[in-house]
Design a protein around this ligand. Structure first.
Ligand code: NAD
Length: 394
């Protein structure tokens, strides 16, 4: 089997997990890293034990030994880096959100399809075995449909006003902050597990910390680093949001997102209820799936290869009781991505759970509907998504 070459652009917080996941596959070589300067790239290459480094992403894309580009830059660089990679005929695994806005996302989706390359967005929670278990229970009719989908994605690492990063700067992070950064994961997961599409939304957004203090160094995700003299910055984007949802089958939903909620570290929770049972999965207790019933005792399903459905089994790597984690789920998505690339990256060969640029674009349409809803004073807004071959679905 041919070893594929991976090149990564943007060696920050999440990049380390892309490199780790790729190395665990065994048949992909981490060829090169591109950073914002030659010095920072060389430093990171040494840290990650990668031979080649570039101070310019275009040089990395031109490297003939690099077949797959991983884009882990801040959001405003997703479009130029990914578009340049597609123009060079390279496969792309982009971190979320796909781009700064839905228009950029749509252009990337269309360019990727036209280029006939693999195109993946790391909505990595899809790689959890019990997420796939919940999805297969819905598909197999075990819930008897889906009437209600609710949950939250809550974090606390931005509680301190001394934490400031590109995420709070609309020119780098996008107009939305918390919704785009982590609400995007929740919306993707809700659609993926339920098999439904979010049709319209009613959103209430707020900025609980309106002034942040910037030291000149962008705070890394989940870090509390805050040294040196600080400049006060007025923050416009939301750090808290509550949203009502209507799905395309008439199901209703609700979710909350916040990154300033003390005690909530990476608290993603998704619950859906059909007529027969409810299913609830929590990222922080990811080896358990709660099954709620009206006419029988509730139960807790453990992540155990002998218990899960055949579809979910390929996402499990350890026996029951052996905990699997965030990094294992991330690796599952990366494994599916490389399997797809090796299988020709066609619509027919795509593993069903693998999130593509179309999913990334779709979620950006959902988030933008929430921004429009709030801006209009809290009214229902349709999701304006344009499928790959024309025609607006709304
Ligand atoms: N899937 C997930 O769960 C997850 C988790 C964290 C971050 N992310 C996403 O990953 C992306 C990066 O987030 P992060 O937290 O790692 O950010 P980060 O700030 O820690 O890292 C970004 C890196 O990009 C580098 N960079 C900036 N300009 C560059 C340029 N011109 N060329 C090359 N590199 C450049 C920065 O120096 C930094 O090393 C974001 O889009 C974010 O939304 C996803």
């Amino acid at each position: 089997m041919r070893t594929l070459g991976m090149g990564l652009v943007g060696p920050g917080f999440v990049a380390a997990h892309h490199i780790d996941a790729v190395r665990r596959l065994g048949d992909v070589e981490v060829v090169a890293i591109a950073g914002s300067t030659e010095q920072s790239a060389a430093r990171k290459a040494q840290e990650y034990k990668v031979d080649r480094s570039y101070g310019d992403f275009k040089a990395l894309i031109a490297d003939p030994d690099v077949h797959v580009i991983h884009n882990t830059t801040p959001n405003h660089l997703h479009f130029p880096v990914t578009m340049a990679a597609l123009a060079a005929g390279k496969h792309v695994i982009s971190d979320k959100p796909l781009a700064l806005n839905s228009e950029e996302g749509r252009q990337l989706r269309d360019a990727a399809i036209a280029a006939n390359v693999g195109h993946v967005v790391t909505f990595n929670y899809r790689g959890n075995p019990l997420v796939q278990q919940a999805r297969s229970m819905v598909v197999n009719g075990e819930t008897d449909g889906v009437a209600f989908v609710h949950g939250h994605y809550l974090q606390d690492w931005m509680t301190d006003p001394n934490v400031y990063s590109w995420r709070s700067d609309p020119s780098k992070g996008g107009t939305s902050s918390a919704l785009g950064d982590i609400g995007s994961h929740w919306c993707d997961l809700a659609e993926h597990v339920s098999g439904l599409k979010i049709d319209s939304v009613l959103a209430d957004l707020s900025t609980v910390v309106p002034v942040r203090f910037y030291s000149g160094a962008s705070a890394q995700a989940f870090s509390q680093e805050h040294a040196g003299n600080r400049t006060a910055i007025n923050v416009q984007s939301e750090d808290l949001a509550s949203v009502l949802l209507r799905f395309n089958n008439g199901a209703k939903g609700a979710f909350s997102v916040g990154q300033i909620l003390p005690g909530h570290k990476n608290d993603l929770q998704l619950e859906l209820s059909g007529r027969k049972c409810s299913l609830m999965w929590r990222q922080e207790v990811q080896n358990e799936l709660w099954i709620g019933r009206h006419d029988q005792p509730n139960s807790m399903m453990a992540k155990d290869p002998s218990l899960v459905s055949p579809d979910a089994r390929r996402y499990v790597h350890l026996p029951g009781g052996h905990q699997e984690s965030w990094a294992d789920a991330f690796r599952n998505v990366i494994r599916d991505a490389y399997d797809w690339i090796r299988d020709g990256a066609t619509a027919e060969t795509k593993p069903a759970p693998l999130p593509t640029f179309d999913d990334g674009y779709r979620v950006s349409c959902v988030i933008e509907a929430m921004l429009r809803s709030h801006a209009a004073g809290g009214v229902w807004e349709k999701v304006r998504y344009i499928p790959a071959h024309g025609g607006v679905i709304d």
